[in-house]
Design a protein around this ligand. Sequence first.
Ligand SMILES: [Zn+2]
Length: 177
Amino acid sequence: MGCDYCDIVDRNSRAQILYEDDTTLVVVKDLVLIPGQITILPRQHFTILELVPDEIVRKCSVLASKVSQAVFDSLEPQGTNILVHNGLGGGQKVPHFAIEIIPRREGDGLNLQWPPKEVTEEELEMVVQQLEPEVKKLGDLTQIKPEEPQQKKKEETKSEVKEQKENYLTKSLRRIP
Ligand SMILES: [Zn+2]
């Protein structure tokens, strides 16, 4: 069975590609909650967030921030929802990790509310106890290794290219009705 997002990457889809580089794409899909919804996805097929290499997770996260800014600047919503459907239980329909940027306006009719309910003292305690051993590793797991000076120079050139591409992204977004 094919993957709808790999089809986008392969240009076998009506989705419009706004930006792409060697690892990631920013696209406007033809099936969305609301016009202006933008999707960020890795070029390679990873089913869920936890399988995406850290470097690409970072790239997708930074893109999510920049794309949300571009959505604010061009479509002028009152807010955005930034959403990941992670796994079947999380409502994931396409088995290819993606981040959705959804522009929001008061009274737009989208039902994306999940009112919080208060947990008991025991529930709170239990969650902390169960997670604590895993969470203790986070410091090591999230450490970014210092860059070599030579690599740094490369990064600078990369960011210049990125800047040009971001201008293109903003321009493309303005064309959305
Ligand atoms: Zn895929």
